[in-house]
Design a binder for this molecule. Structure first.
Ligand code: ARG
Length: 464
């Protein structure tokens, strides 16, 4: 191996250099260093508190770890592959700084409970940051929605024109998805925030440690009840990856809509120069790279979830080195979700504009008020299915004659059914069609106003 043997005297010869590189995680688990230092300081404090080491030794360890932190932040401490992983790197540097007492830090601890502690502290922090980003994203959706309650947009099923909508209602659908994402992360947090520290290598320890004490110092809500489970559980990471995957599902659905909306075929939004790019050959192009990248990056997060499930499947208790493979996918998922949330928030806030005039025209040029004609008759006593069939025929002949429903004369309507009166034109105007869908949770303007009030209250109340 390298300069100094990291593990026990049992080993006579050094690791093959390629195997040392293969085995090492320092290149990626350096991401955990701040949490490793915090975890080690809590452990040192507990060792002193329980009398396992002296008070002075505890203080020396904590001060030494502070120094490692400073050196790291100043870029002076940059451990290499010879350190194997962040845990060995920190312990080694600590011992260089404080001398032999540094060698006491690892009393009553294993890297197995240590790495589990670090990963949970990291993820707890990141989840809070993602939750805050979700709140920002929701806030922007609400701002746009509030300005566009009466802006109409075609609504689709099967990507075919279905019924017109309030644009605010459409955006509030994404607000609700983000709300579930936020709540899901809160729920995942409850299982992330459990301390494995003190589980040792797998079986606990012979020392009179106080696991509740370190858990309290590190603001964990609880401690693992079983040491084998504590060191080998990665459910919390899988749960996070599920939540992250769903965030990406939601972002990529919105991304896809923005891509469609910005196309010449839809022309519902204009992309601003701040969030679009050009083509190297076609001078007229303005490309929706931001939503395309969000849509594309979704795949890697799903992949990391799948990888983590496969890593865990069939893994015997307790710690196995396979578990070192939990980190890169987790870190990449965290970074991807954060970057995508930020990009989509910027895109909504300042990178696109809804073409409200074009949207207003779009809802007048189709048959998406056909249900309302059927509803009109049904409200006047005609059984709905009968009304539906009558209107189907009207649509068929209108298509053949190149007319829309609003173009039919009252005579023509009354030939279809005598119940039609002059108020049919008002009933099938897009604004009325939307306004009339006033059932709870529907797109009627009165409902949307209520939904906006409820949404505002939701984000301001639960912003823990
Ligand atoms: N670098 C290791 C990991 O990320 C730390 C734990 C190593 N434990 C062990 N028994 N080799 O999982």
């Amino acid at each position: 191996m390298t300069k100094e043997q990291t593990w026990s005297q049992r080993f006579e010869s050094a690791l093959h250099p390629a195997i040392a590189r293969f085995n090492a995680s320092i290149n990626f688990d350096i991401e955990l260093i701040e949490y490793d230092l915090t975890g080690s300081q809590a452990h040192a404090q507990m060792l002193a508190h329980t009398g396992i080491i002296s008070k002075e030794e505890g203080e020396q360890l904590i001060a030494g770890l502070d120094q490692v932190r400073q050196e790291y932040r100043q870029g002076k401490f940059q451990p290499g592959v010879d350190a194997e992983d962040v845990h060995f790197a920190v312990e080694r540097r600590l011992t260089e700084i404080v001398g032999d007492v540094g060698k006491k830090l690892h009393t009553a601890r294993s890297r197995n409970d240590q790495v589990g502690t670090d990963t949970r502290l990291y993820l707890r922090d990141q989840i809070q940051q993602i939750k805050n980003q979700l709140r920002e994203f929701q806030g922007i959706l609400l701002n746009i929605a509030e300005k566009n309650v009466e802006t109409l947009i075609p609504g689709y099923t099967h990507l075919q024109r279905a019924q017109p909508l309030s644009l605010a209602h459409h955006l509030l659908a994404y607000f609700q998805m983000a709300q579930r994402d936020w709540e899901r992360l809160s729920d995942v947090s409850r299982r992330v925030n459990i301390s494995p520290l003190g589980c040792g290598a797998l079986a606990g320890t012979t020392f009179p440690i106080d696991r509740h004490y370190t858990a309290k110092l590190l603001k964990f809500d609880n401690i693992y009840a079983n040491s084998l489970d504590g060191v080998s559980d990665r459910d919390f990471a899988i749960e996070f990856l599920c939540a992250a995957s769903l965030i990406m599902v939601h972002l990529s659905r919105l991304a896809e809509e923005v891509i469609l909306w910005s196309s010449e075929e839809f022309r519902f939004v204009t992309l601003k120069d701040s969030c679009a790019t050009g083509s190297s050959i076609m001078p007229q192009k303005k490309n929706p790279d931001v939503p395309e990248l969000v849509r594309g990056k979704t795949g890697r997060v799903f992949g990391h979830l799948q990888a983590m499930l496969v890593i865990m499947k069939g893994l015997p208790l307790a710690y196995n080195k396979d578990l070192q493979e939990d980190k890169e996918g987790l870190f990449d998922s965290v970074n991807t979700v954060k970057a995508c949330l930020q990009a989509m928030t910027i895109l909504l806030e300042s990178g696109l504009e809804f073409r409200t005039q074009r949207l207003g025209e779009a809802v007048t040029e189709d048959f998406s008020n056909a249900t309302d004609v059927a509803d009109y008759l049904a409200a006047r006593g005609v059984p709905f299915r009968e009304a539906y069939n009558l209107v189907g025929k009207v649509v068929k002949t209108s298509i053949a004659t190149g007319k829309l429903l609003k173009d039919l004369t009252l005579d023509e309507w009354q030939q279809v059914h005598p119940a039609f009166a002059a108020d049919i034109y008002q009933a099938i105007s897009p604004h009325q069609v939307v306004a009339a869908r006033n059932s709870y949770g529907g797109t009627g303007f009165a409902q949307v106003h209520e939904a906006l009030i409820a949404a505002r209250a939701q984000v301001s109340q639960e912003s823990e």
